[in-house]
Design a protein around this ligand. Structure first.
Ligand code: NAD
Length: 257
């Protein structure tokens, strides 16, 4: 299989997009490390389930992506990695003047700074191997903005900038760095935004989904975690060896508007 012999670390992968990507990488033959900060028996069972389904060794390693030392320790405990997917992320929706400072700090730490720390820890091994793939999960909000999401938009634009810098530093060394920019994907993170959006816009659930969340997604369909997994596997393939420092939008046309 295409990714046999490659070790992949996917941050924030016990749910949603990260889990979809972890499953797809394991199905493509990679040894996969899944991660969250929870360290529940269910996390280890999930790793065992992926391994049983795909035949690829899959482990769970707990690490809190809000903490720089945990980010770096994750890569060390994994034994380094050939493929790094920076996916962990959280969201908070509020006007700038009411935005809680703690939420701002947490979003910048988890959605942006964690990718800097894991990349710094993973690159030396990739340079030594002469091969590496870094896939950062940004967002349509890495390319455009929406009101009430200041920290998230700032962090995701930062992820796109970090991706470009990583690509330039690693160019010509067998290593690529790219960002996937999903539009709306129905995951627990999006599900959790619905009550806030209902309150902010004073709308019921169906109206918020159609007129607010998918208002800017011309396809009017949520993207799927399987489509994110397929895009990540493609970015790790030989066909994508000259794709670096760029963004791939999987957003139903959002950023074409
Ligand atoms: P999710 O809530 O389903 O998953 C988030 C993951 O991050 C979980 O596995 C969670 O355990 C992990 N996580 C959160 N805080 C963590 C921490 N401190 N340490 C370690 N892990 C932590 O959300 P999702 O929708 O799958 O989002 C995944 C990524 O995709 C995020 O970066 C998000 O910004 C991005 N994204 C999502 C959408 C969407 O529509 N769902 C769109 C664009 C971008």
């Amino acid at each position: 299989m295409e990714l046999s012999g490659k070790r992949a670390v996917v941050t924030g992968s016990n749910s949603g997009i990260g889990l979809g990507i972890a499953r797809a990488l394991a199905a493509a033959g990679a040894e996969v490390v899944i991660n969250s900060f929870t360290d529940d028996p269910a996390d280890h069972e999930l790793a065992a389930e992926i391994a049983a389904q795909t035949g690829s060794p899959t482990r769970y390693i707990s690490a809190d992506m809000s903490k720089p030392e945990d980010c770096r320790a994750l890569i060390e405990k994994a034994g380094g990695c050939d493929i790094l997917v920076n996916n962990a992320g959280i969201q908070h929706v509020a006007r700038i003047e009411e935005f809680p400072v703690g939420k701002w700090d947490a979003i910048i730490a988890i959605n942006l700074s964690s990718a800097f720390h894991t990349t710094a820890a993973a690159l030396p091994g990739m340079y030594a191997a002469g091969w590496g793939r870094i896939v950062n999960i940004a967002s349509a909000h890495g390319l455009t903005a929406s009101p009430y999401k200041s920290a998230y938009v700032a962090a995701k634009h930062g992820v796109v900038g970090l991706t470009k810098t990583t690509a330039l530093e690693a160019a010509g060394k067998g290593i690529t760095a790219n960002a996937i920019c999903p539009g709306y994907v129905l995951t627990p993170l999006v599900e959790a935004q619905i009550p806030d959006q209902m309150k902010t816009h004073d709308m019921d659930r169906e109206t918020v989904i159609r007129e607010v969340m998918l208002q800017r997604q011309p396809s009017k369909e949520f993207a799927t975690i399987e489509q994110m997994g397929g895009t990540a596997v493609f970015l790790c393939s030989d066909a994508a060896a000259q794709i670096t420092g760029t963004t791939i939008s999987v957003d139903g046309g959002w950023t074409a508007l």
